[in-house]
Design a protein around this ligand. Structure first.
Ligand code: 4AD
Ligand code: MG
Length: 459
């Protein structure tokens, strides 16, 4: 007999008779003549209730089943007299695949997120984390669906690179030399290393994506990126997934329009296609989530220049830990004030001072600011960072020299400005931050399967 997944069973209009269900026991209750088991197979949040009658030949064995055990159940799908569920399975055969011992750590109904992080290998078996990772999967598919519908090409960019896109120097080194050899060398000689020069894990696929935008038009990359920044916050991990569209013949306004459309599309997809899991987040994780999602879907995102934002912050009467002046990087307290208190909705901040932004951003006519854009979202802070790119070879080279970048390493990048350069734009959306936004989950460690943070690489 072929196994049916629980999500497929629960939407049946009519019973097909006998069914085969396989999964993990969430709870078991015994009464005089029956055992009731709630079985979950991960296909959806809901369990299926199984009723095992004492007449079953292996009823004594069934009595030993405890939470966490894996079972295979053949039985009749019957209408459930119980409240809240349409179907239940009246077991004809209960096969114990593996009996979990009492030490199974998820016996209790509720555990703290902190505790569950210490058993990240088991936490997807809880309701909340099961929902979070089903949603994560669904959102990744929605990303591809959105871009397919818009005619973008999907590009996979290398994870090992020889350049630092963001120029922030927060990179993990990649080497095939063993520490002993390096010690003998006295001084690191990159020419002896695998690639013959310094290499690292990428912080962004943007530079490669720009090359392909100059060929295929509209492209996107979606993959892991790595940052060795030592910030132990609830919004940073060392390995995270970034979605990066790059669009030829697109200016900063087009970039923002695209970002707004993307965020709304993905959010709508979550609400419409993942209703059961989203209801869990709205009811048990964040009571304000439904309202915040409504704002995302139904408001026009605000758009303010950095210069105006600094003005707003200075006139706000608010006391900030870090003072703001034109030229300072905004801290998360400023970003949150702008999105949560001032705009009360997502806001694009544009045209930042050139000295606080990377080399590739297009210099504005004022000579002081660049065509940068960040999307700040209530409860999250920065969700998107991007810009219109500097397409003028001379201006770009000038900025790179000013920033002491080794131009010879970027010869290929500069070629794109030599041969048929066009205005183009793009951004990076932090996939985990997006998931935090639509689930209300407050810590980034809880929306990525196995988080990598400073000092922590278990699992
Ligand atoms: O603003 P960032 O650094 O932009 C770039 O890397 C550009 N090259 C992207 C581009 O234009 N193609 O990063 C983009 C986004 C941030 O807005 C944030 O959402 C997320 O990536 N992000 C992180 N997410 C989790 N952990 C970290 N350490 C992150 N650093 C950035
Ligand atoms: Mg940024």
């Amino acid at each position: 007999m072929k196994r049916t997944k629980i999500n497929a069973l629960l939407i049946l209009e009519q019973s097909p008779g006998d069914v085969l269900v396989k999964g993990w026991v969430r709870t078991k209750r015994d009464s005089k003549d029956f055992s009731f088991m709630e079985v979950n197979d991960g296909s959806c949040l809901s369990n299926i209730q199984v009723i095992a009658d004492k007449d079953l030949i292996n009823y004594p064995d069934i009595g030993t089943i405890i939470t966490g055990s894996s079972v295979s159940i053949m039985g009749t799908l019957a209408e459930s007299p119980g409240k809240g569920q349409k179907w239940e399975v009246k077991a004809k055969n209960v096969e114990i695949i593996n009996l979990a011992p009492e030490s199974y750590p998820l016996q209790k109904k509720r555990h703290s997120d902190e505790f569950l992080r210490t058993i990240a290998h088991l936490r997807p078996r809880t309701n909340k984390f099961g929902a979070a990772f089903r949603l994560r999967s669904e959102m990744a598919w929605a990303v591809h669906k959105f871009y397919r519908e818009k005619g973008f090409r999907y590009l996979t960019t290398p994870l090992i690179t020889g350049s630092d896109c963001e120029g922030a120097g927060e990179m993990f080194r990649v080497t095939s030399l063993d520490p002993e050899t390096v010690k003998k060398m006295g001084k690191m000689d990159f020419s002896l290393d695998f690639f013959g020069r310094e290499s690292n894990l990428t912080v962004s696929g943007q530079l490669s994506a720009e090359m392909f935008a100059m060929a295929l038009g509209d492209v996107y990359t979606f993959g892991p990126t790595f940052r060795a920044e030592n910030s132990n916050t609830s919004r940073h991990v060392a390995e995270f997934w970034m979605l990066e569209p790059e669009m030829a013949f697109c200016d900063l306004k087009g970039n923002m329009d695209h970002g707004e459309e993307l965020v709304k599309y993905l959010t709508r997809h979550a609400v419409e296609e993942c209703a059961e899991d989203m209801a869990l987040f709205m009811n048990f994780v964040d009571k304000t989530l439904a309202r915040r999602i409504d704002v995302i879907l139904n408001s026009e995102f605000a758009r303010i220049t950095y210069t105006d934002a600094v003005d707003i912050l200075k006139k706000s009467g608010q006391v900030f830990e870090f003072p703001v002046e034109f030229g300072t990087d905004l801290q998360s307290e400023h970003e949150r004030f702008l999105a949560e208190v001032y705009c009360k909705k997502p806001v694009f901040l544009t045209d930042y001072p050139e000295q606080i932004k990377p080399f590739y951003m297009r210099v504005n006519d004022d000579g002081k600011t660049v065509a940068a854009v960040d999307l700040l979202v209530p409860g999250i802070g920065e969700l998107i960072g991007g810009s219109q790119r500097e397409e003028r070879l001379d201006v770009l080279e000038g900025r790179m020299k000013q920033m002491n970048l080794p131009l010879e390493n970027y010869w290929w990048y500069l070629d794109s400005r030599r041969y048929g350069s066009v205005p183009h734009s793009g951004f990076g959306l932090g996939f985990e931050r997006f998931l935090m936004m639509i689930t209300g989950i407050g810590n980034i460690r809880d929306v990525i399967p196995f988080p990598r943070t400073p000092g922590s690489i278990d699992f």
